[in-house]
Ligand binder design. Structure first.
Ligand code: GCO
Ligand code: MN
Ligand code: MN
Length: 394
């Protein structure tokens, strides 16, 4: 039975061809289900209520395919997009599968490989533009090392920067208004991956020639693998205007990159992430595509893949409704307002430096014991979040 949580294109949900199309292979076993073709994925996602589909160059066009084959595949794919009213908001480059990238793409010690990687990215960007993509994601899966003896990380950073600068300048020269989004991951498939977190990426971006066109694509799994907070990574990205894209999924802390159905792990983490994106707790909402970089359990057949896809989208909408309820809750508002009111008289004391402000501050005397005595009622606040989430409190 359809209900208020059934997705529609207005919800801006997207999936990758590589996510729904994942046939369940892992390092210990081959595929367990048929690969769903790109055209079938477009039709299936449209039926589920998604807005669009994203892709790596080689999800659609086999590596090294001749121009005529490429054009035929793209034509057929565009026809399917038109027929089903589906968009391609983001495109990316596979810079990790082929053996040529065994020591990295933009950070390979071999300059010929770096040049090839940039050329491959240019072709993938051309494909993205042809399909209407506005955002280009860069995930450097092989940009790392197993041993620090291999290369100086400063060389790797420099080579990576050169490649990004080249691609930004080329894209501008083509007259495209694209945005590039860099995706961090701490490890897997390399032992160590350079620029391991969204925070690392945010700093790296500021060292680029055209930093204004480059932002981040944080992923739940990649922040949670090492036990970091996705909510904080996204909040920092939003605060500096750099949340250009997002990869939603589920992950248990400390495991391999699981890419599980959104909301299936760390329910509270998912809830506070959705609350942040929806802006119910304050600040403007994120308005870009809501992309699921996840795949169905290996136990599933093709029917299970569509259960998985619907599940991701429904869970997001359910959490969005819960976020709205939480922030409309009178007791929640009261507790948050009471905390904000504390010391309102001092709010301006340190917002701007002046010699006079410094003198005034040095002359103040604070009653540390009295200030330390008050509790903040966060236990109550968190319990309300739990009760809202579990449906006990409406
Ligand atoms: C992973 C990554 C990828 C990227 C994708 C888009 O861990 O495998 O998350 O799925 O998101 O390559 O660039
Ligand atoms: Mn991942
Ligand atoms: Mn990802």
């Amino acid at each position: 039975m359809p209900d208020a949580f059934d997705p529609t294109p207005a919800d801006r949900f997207t999936f990758g061809l590589w996510t729904v199309g994942n046939p369940g292979a892992d390092p210990f076993g081959g595929r367990v289900r048929e690969r769903i073709s790109p055209v079938e994925i477009v039709a299936g996602l449209a039926k589920c209520g998604a807005y669009g589909v994203n892709l790596h160059d080689n999800d659609l066009i086999p590596f090294g395919a001749p121009a005529a084959e490429r054009d035929r595949i793209v034509k057929e794919f565009k026809k399917a997009l038109r027929e089903h009213g589906m968009k391609v908001p983001m495109a990316t480059t596979n810079l990790f599968s082929h053996a040529i990238f065994r020591d990295g793409a933009f950070t390979s010690a071999d300059a010929r490989v770096r040049a090839f990687a940039v050329q491959k990215a240019m072709r993938a960007i051309e494909l993205g533009v042809e399909l209407g993509a506005k955002t280009i994601v860069f995930w450097g899966g092989r940009e790392g090392c197993e041993t620090e003896a291999a290369k100086d990380a400063r060389d790797a950073l420099k080579w990576n920067r050169e490649c990004m600068n080249f691609l930004c300048a080329w894209s501008k020269d083509q007259g495209w208004k694209l945005r590039f989004a860099l995706e961090a991951k701490p490890n897997e498939p390399r032992s160590e991956i350079y620029l391991a977190t969204t925070g690392h990426m945010l700093h790296f971006i500021e060292t680029l020639d055209h930093s204004e066109m480059v932002g981040v694509n944080p992923e739940v799994a990649h922040e949670n693998m090492p036990g970091l907070s996705m909510v904080h990574a996204v909040a920092q990205s939003m605060e500096c205007g750099k949340l250009f894209h997002i990869d939603l999924n589920g992950q248990k802390i400390g495991r391999y990159d699981q890419d599980l159905r959104f909301g299936s792990e760390d329910l509270k983490g998912a809830f506070f992430l959705v609350r942040l994106l929806e802006g119910t707790g304050g600040y403007p909402a994120y308005t870009g595509p809501l992309h699921f970089d996840a795949h169905a359990y290996r136990t599933e057949d093709v029917a299970g893949v569509w259960d998985f896809a619907r599940g991701c989208m429904r869970s997001y909408k359910i959490l969005a409704a819960k976020a709205k309820a939480f922030d409309a809750d009178r007791e929640v508002r009261q507790i948050l307002a009471d905390n904000r009111k504390l010391g309102a008289s001092h709010a301006k004391a340190i917002t701007r430096f002046s010699k006079a402000a410094a003198m005034r501050l040095l002359a103040e005397s604070f009653d540390a014991e009295a200030l330390a005595a008050r509790g903040h009622r966060y236990e109550r606040l968190d319990q309300i979040a739990f009760e809202v989430l579990t449906g006990v409190r409406r």
